[in-house]
Design a protein around this ligand. Structure first.
Ligand code: ATP
Length: 254
């Protein structure tokens, strides 16, 4: 008997199954399940300390889960290193900056193509950007500031550059950890437009406290609470979900 194997393209972009993690006696994830379809925009919300960043750290390979499995487009990556996951197409941004402030935007972007070493007198800086990088810079609104020193950029532009650095590596799945944190209202509007215009083939999983932005950008939203996925639904379903409102108003059990 021949059985048709499911094609890789039908596999979820990300599948998290039964993930558990404790820090000493603090259980941050007890049985987390998550399924994100290719090309989907998924919001991940939950009150402070719900374990959202911990979940990202496990998905990205920075933290080893105590239990459970992570699959990336059907490929089990639970035991892979951060680098292996990055090479497979998993990209992430952080809440803190990972840029080199003393050099220009162009030179930071060039780092994504080099060996990651800083320039020296004997090794001139390789800062010619290929067309792909110039396109990425343009998509992220960075063309006017390519020759500005990173130290002189506004906070909003810094966040755009961080996103460009990850997009330059052509991720298939992008984990965004609070991309709007610290941005002004105007900067949030710019960021929202940029995220809306990201190529549809890039799957997004986004932690964000700005509910307006999460509701506007997400196809679906998952709510993490007390170490488990408490709810999942469309933005309208989550906005109307009484249990979710109770969590945010501090009325949920526990
Ligand atoms: N390395 C660690 N060691 C010990 N405790 C940790 C560690 N990392 C996170 N925690 C704790 O785990 C819990 C979840 O933290 P986490 O940062 O994942 O939550 P979060 O949902 O991302 O919160 P926020 O929305 O405030 O960023 C918190 O109580 C935090 O103090």
């Amino acid at each position: 008997m021949t059985e048709t194997q499911p094609s890789m393209s039908s596999a979820p972009a990300l599948e998290v199954a039964g993930l558990a993690k404790s820090f000493g006696s603090l259980m941050v994830a007890s049985d987390v399940h998550l399924n994100v379809a290719p090309g989907e925009r998924r919001g991940l919300i939950g009150i402070n300390g719900a374990g959202k960043t911990t979940l990202f750290n496990m998905i990205a390979g920075e933290l080893k889960p105590d239990r459970g499995a992570i699959r990336f487009f059907g490929d089990e990556i639970t035991a892979d290193s951060v680098i292996q996951r990055t090479l497979k197409g998993l990209g992430r941004t952080y809440q803190v900056s990972t840029l080199v402030p003393s050099v220009t935007v162009r030179e930071n972007l060039a780092l994504t193509r080099g060996d990651g070493r800083l320039p020296s007198l004997w090794q001139p800086w390789q800062s010619r950007l290929d067309d792909d990088l110039l396109d990425t810079a343009d998509q992220l609104g960075l063309t006017p500031v390519l020759d500005e020193a990173v130290a002189n950029l506004s906070y909003g532009t810094l966040r755009q550059l961080e996103l460009a650095m990850v997009m330059a590596c052509k991720p298939r799945l992008l984990l965004l950890d609070e991309p709007a944190a610290g941005l002004s209202h105007a900067e949030r509007q710019v960021l929202q437009g940029i995220l809306q215009d990201l190529p549809q083939e890039v799957t997004l999983l986004m932690i964000e406290h700005d509910m307006e932005m999460v509701l506007a950008l997400s196809d679906r939203i998952s709510v993490l609470h007390q170490g488990e996925m408490f709810a999942e639904g469309s933005p309208d379903e989550i906005a109307a979900h009484e249990g979710v409102r109770d969590i945010y108003l501090g009325r949920a059990n526990g």
